[in-house]
Design a protein around this ligand. Structure first.
Ligand SMILES: Cc1cc2nc3c(=O)[nH]c(=O)nc-3n(C[C@H](O)[C@H](O)[C@H](O)COP(=O)(O)OP(=O)(O)OC[C@H]3O[C@@H](n4cnc5c(N)ncnc54)[C@H](O)[C@@H]3O)c2cc1C
Length: 605
């Protein structure tokens, strides 16, 4: 009964609106009152609509499924704009019903952006009381919810809090954004009972955390920074035979059949060549991989994998089993060497490889020689019970190297300046590797392994197929219609001007050509850095091919709140000057257009 869904009349609440209404439409004063209908509106925990297919669908194999609610589509949480939304939401829902997919890029709205915790009734009751305020409030950059906090925390959380961490929340996980290192007024030493600090920016100009982040950034580039990466999605994939290799070859666009101990970065494309996921894969053994994916992909990429993997491949979400600590900076190799007997020299443990290390008294630490920000460093995936021990050992041994905690705002600044794209911020389900300088990570020409039987090897090799290959090949032939670029603002004053925060229009030779995705202050460039995509529309708005020449021959401006700032354009990750250059790192450019070397294979040799 829809009447049960009405709330009691609330005239006091309505009075404010009524006054304004009568002011605007005085005639309403003579209208006869029939009834006051007080109907609740539906809000989701993050103030965004909820659409798409319920993730609780478990496919055993494409076209076969078990014990599931397949084709259960959601269109809810429409808040106060459900009528305006109806056209688009209706279209995408109809497309999913008819075609099994939609033409919209809508990962931000999909129901698979949630985890089980988002179904907790107390969480929902607390959070949804806060959400309508956000809907109507002024939305500052990096908004944080106040409710539903201190829910998912890594084992080193108390230590980070003691060290001054100011937390942001992603997928319910508390993650340090920056560290407040100022002493308390009375000089009292901090301890873990220190008040919980929540991240805030509350401005569109120079943020209050800039100086703290600058110091953390400097540590990562010139000494040692330590960050908690525990929220990242971690998935183990294995099989008895080599089924996992074949399955991942099909699901991933990069070549996963790399030597044991190698790590590759790869996209998982859809049939349009767009990124359903962007991840690192470490080959732990012949038929066992560990996947590291963005935090927000914990449900979503699992659903994609479950839809496409055969039943012979086992998938296990190990996100909550491992604490991930990243150490970044020129002294990290020396520091980690003090805590392990394994030879960490580049010859024995090269860039983009994996080793199972003993660290301090602990063992079984899955250690990856990469950092996601381009610095020399390692990410240690530590079984939770060893996390505090490993963390304390690193902090203790790192003291003489000037180890410093670094939060997400510092690592973000590092990766924006290094021109590294992130899924969910720069990459989405409609962006292809060719558009974002990653064609070198696509296995267009990789041949399947020779099939050997009884000492005969068969010569019917063929190119390895993968989802999206046809679309990408076509795009390779026809050229791209948008391209990922880095813009360095020339005449922007970071002290007094409003900052770019993403979404700013980009102009080329005075014409609008695209928008910024992510932005950050480049502490080495000492300039604002904007990442984004540019197009090449003709006079009728028809999109033409975008070439390197087109990009490099234009004069660029970025519009921030109505003021246009001149910008220098980059197509490749820049090499940033440092006091401690590192040969291995310096040749690596995350964003580039040529497959000029194969770092993994070279490194392994
Ligand atoms: C007072 C008010 C003013 C609004 N003003 C605007 C506006 O100006 N512009 C705008 O864009 N949006 C506005 N909205 C929001 C908009 O009306 C909603 O977002 C939109 O109607 C939501 O559509 P829906 O289909 O998701 O849900 P609903 O419209 O709520 O439809 C759900 C239907 O499901 C039925 N139902 C529920 N449970 C069951 C069950 N178990 N079995 C069978 N049927 C069931 C309900 O009876 C209902 O008919 C307003 C909302 C309110 C309350």
């Amino acid at each position: 009964n829809s009447k049960d869904r009405y709330l009691p009349e609330d005239w006091d609440h309505f009075h404010i609106l009524l006054e304004q209404l009568l002011h605007r439409v005085p005639h309403l004063g003579s209208a006869i009152l029939d009834r006051l209908c007080n109907g609740p509106e539906a809000f989701s925990p993050d103030c965004k609509w909820i659409v798409g297919e319920a993730p609780e669908v478990v496919y055993l194999f494409p076209h076969f499924f078990c014990n599931t609610i397949r084709h259960y589509l959601v269109a809810a949480g429409m808040k106060t704009v459900g009528i305006s939304a109806a056209g688009g939401v209706g279209q995408l829902t109809a497309e999913i019903i008819v075609n099994g997919e939609t033409s919209f890029d809508m990962y931000e709205l999909e129901v698979s952006r949630f985890l089980g915790l988002h179904n907790n009734r107390k969480f929902l009751r607390d959070r949804v009381k806060e959400v309508p305020g956000m809907h109507y409030g002024l939305s500052y950059p990096f908004h944080e919810f106040q409710t539903g906090r201190n829910l998912r925390m890594s084992p080193v959380y108390p230590k980070l809090r003691e060290a001054g961490a100011v937390f942001g929340q992603v997928m319910g996980y508390e993650r340090p954004t920056w560290f407040e290192t100022r002493q308390t007024a009375d000089g009292e030493s901090q301890d873990w009972s220190t008040p919980y600090r929540m991240a805030y920016t509350n401005t569109f100009g120079k943020p209050p955390w800039l100086d703290n982040v600058a110091a953390e950034y400097a540590a990562c580039r010139e000494s040692v920074g330590i960050s908690d990466y525990s929220s990242f999605t971690k998935i183990d994939l294995w099989s008895k035979g080599n089924e996992v290799v074949d399955a991942l070859q099909y699901v991933c666009s990069n070549d996963v059949d790399v030597p044991i101990g190698s790590i590759i970065h790869t996209g998982m494309q859809n049939k349009y060549g767009g990124y359903e996921n962007d991840c690192s894969l470490a080959r732990l053994s012949e038929n066992h991989y560990m996947m590291i994916a963005p935090t927000i992909q914990q449900t979503r990429c699992k659903v994609w994998l479950q839809k496409h993997l055969p039943p012979t491949v086992t998938l296990s979400d190990v996100t909550s089993m491992f604490t991930a600590l990243a150490i970044m900076g020129p002294f990290t190799r020396t520091l980690l060497s003090e805590l392990t007997d394994t030879d960490l020299s580049p010859k024995n443990f090269p860039f983009f490889t994996f080793k199972m290390l003993d660290v301090g008294l602990a063992n079984g630490i899955r250690t990856m020689n990469l950092t996601h920000t381009g610095e020399l460093g390692y990410v240690l995936y530590i079984p939770n019970e060893f996390a505090l021990h490993v963390y304390s050992s690193l902090i203790q041994a790192g003291e003489k190297y000037g180890i410093k905690h670094a939060g997400y705002y510092a690592t973000r600044a590092l990766r924006v300046e290094k021109f590294y794209a992130f899924w969910g911020q720069d990459l989405d389900t409609r962006t292809t590797p060719l558009e974002c300088g990653r064609v070198w990570r696509v296995k267009f020409d990789v041949m399947s392994k020779m099939f050997c039987y009884l000492n005969y090897s068969f010569a019917f090799q063929k190119k390895v197929d993968f989802i999206g290959r046809d679309a990408l090949l076509k795009q390779k032939e026809e050229g791209v219609k948008r391209m990922y670029i880095q813009l360095i603002l020339n005449d922007h004053c970071h002290e007094t001007d409003l900052w770019p925060w993403g979404g700013e229009p980009v102009y080329r030779d005075g014409r609008y050509v695209g928008m910024c995705t992510t932005t950050g202050y480049g502490f080495t460039f000492k300039k604002q850095v904007c990442l984004g995509f540019v197009e090449n529309p003709d006079e009728n708005g028809e999109l033409l091919r975008v070439t390197n020449d087109y990009v490099l021959s234009g004069d660029y401006e970025v519009d921030i709140a109505g003021i246009r700032y001149n910008a220098k354009v980059n197509l490749h990750s820049p090499i940033l000057p440092t006091k401690y250059p590192d040969k291995e790192r310096d040749v690596y450019q995350a964003t580039r257009d040529k497959h000029d070397d194969n770092i993994v294979v070279k490194a392994i040799k």
